[in-house]
Design a binder for this molecule. Sequence first.
Ligand code: DLL
Length: 442
Amino acid sequence: MTQIENRIWDKEHECMPRTQLEQLQLERLQQTLRRVNEQVPCYKNKFSTLGIKPEDIRSLDDMARLPFTTKEDLRLNYPYGMFAVPMRDVVRIHSSSGTTGKPTVVGYTRNDLRTWTQLAARFMTAAGVSADDIVHIAFGYGLFTGAFGLHYGAEEIGASVIPISSGNSDKQIMIMQDYQSSALVCTPSYALTLADRMEQQGINIDTLSLRVGLFGGEPWSEEMRREIETRLGIVATDNYGLSEVMGPGVAGECCHQCGMHIFEDHFIAEIIDPDSGEVLPRGSSGELVLTSITKEAFPIIRYRTRDITKLEYERCECGRTHVRMLKTMGRSDDMLIIKGVNVFPTQIEEVLFQIDGCEPHYQLVVERAGTMDTLEVQVEVNERIFFDEMKKQRAFVDMLEKRLLSALGVGANVKLVEPSSIPRHEGKAKRVIDKRNQGGAQ
Ligand code: DLL
C-alpha cells in the first residue's frame, strides 16, 4: 500500500509550540466567555448561578470551574436560543442527526464558514489529499454537516470535488470508475458496503484510481480500518467532529494514523469522568468535553460529547503539536450494560473482524429476560460457513462465543446469519437494536 505524504496545511498554527498554543487558547477562551456572557442568556444564567464572571477564568486550569453544556441545554433553547449573533449574521444552518426528539440546530456566520473550510482543508491535507485528487463525497448533502464540511475543505485544497451525495451504490461505483475518484469520503460502514458491492460485481480494485479514504461520522475499530484498506486498496484515515461543535474538522488523522489531531487553536479538549464530571488526569480514558474558542454564531462551552476516548499529548512524528484523540470506543449512550458489565459495540467489532469466516457486518440485539439483560450478536458469515454441516456451525458459534467472553468479560449469544441479510446503511450504521424499551429499535 502506498504511504501517504505528510503535508501540513497551516504550519504556523498546527505546529505551534505548546506554551504559545496554550496562551492563544486562553486569550481566545476569555474572549468567547465574555461574548457568551453578554449574548447568550443560557450562559449568562449558568455563570451567574455558579457565581462566575468571565474574568475569573485566568488560566486553562480554571476551566474546570465553568459549567458544562449538554444536549438538554440545546433542546431547551431550540431552535436559535444558543446563538450569539443576530440571525442576519447567520449565513448557514445545519442540524444534528439526533435519533430521538427534536434535532439540535447550529448556525454559522461567514467567518465561521471560513474557519470550517480551513479546518476541513487541514485534516484532508493531513490525510494526504492534494490539488491532484478527485474527491468523491458520498455523504448525504443536507442538514447533516458531513458533506458540506469536506466539500469546501477539498475545494480549498484545490482538489476536484464530485458531490455525488449518498446512496445508489452502483452509480457510486460507476462514477468512481469513470471519473477516476482518488479520495473517498463517507462513513467507514458505507465504505465496506461499497467494497461488498464491488466484489459482487467482480470489479478488480486495481482498475480504480482510489488511493485514500477519509472516513468519519461513526465509531470504527482498527480491525475495520485494516479490512477497508485491504479490500479497497487504500489508506483509510479517520476524522472526527460533531455538529454541535462545528461538524467534521474538529480532529483528523495525519499519515501516521496514530490518533486524530484536535485543532487546539480553535477548540479546547478535556477528558472527564462521565459519572462525576471531574476532570481526569492526562492519559485517562473518559468522556471528551469540547469548548469552541473562535466560533461566532454558535459558541459552545464545555460541551459533553458523550464520546469516550483518550488524549495523547506525546509529540507526533508529523510535527503537529496538537493533542491526538484516540479512536473513540463509542458514545456513552451506546454503551450496553450486560449483566453489570460495560460493553461497547466497537469491542465486539474488534473480535468479529479478527475471525476468518465472519463478514464485516453485524448487529447487536439487547433484550431483557426478567431482570437480566441479554445480548445477541448477529453476524453475517460467508456462504461456506452458513451452509456447513450443523456440527461445524455449532463449533464455529462456540468458538465465537468463547472469544467474545474472553474479550468482553461477559457472555453473549451468537447467531450466524446469511450473507447480505443485515441491513446496510448509506450513512451511519445502526449497530444496536434495543428491545428493552417497548417497540424501540434505536
Ligand atoms: O457526524 C460530523 C462528522 C461528519 C464527522 C462526517 C466526521 C465526518 P453528528 O451527526 O452531529 O456529526 O454526529 C456526531 O458522531 O459525537 C460521535 O459520536 C460520532 N462520530 C463522528 N465522527 C466520529 C469518528 C458528525 N471519527 C457524533 N469516530 C459524535 C467515532 C465519530 N465517532
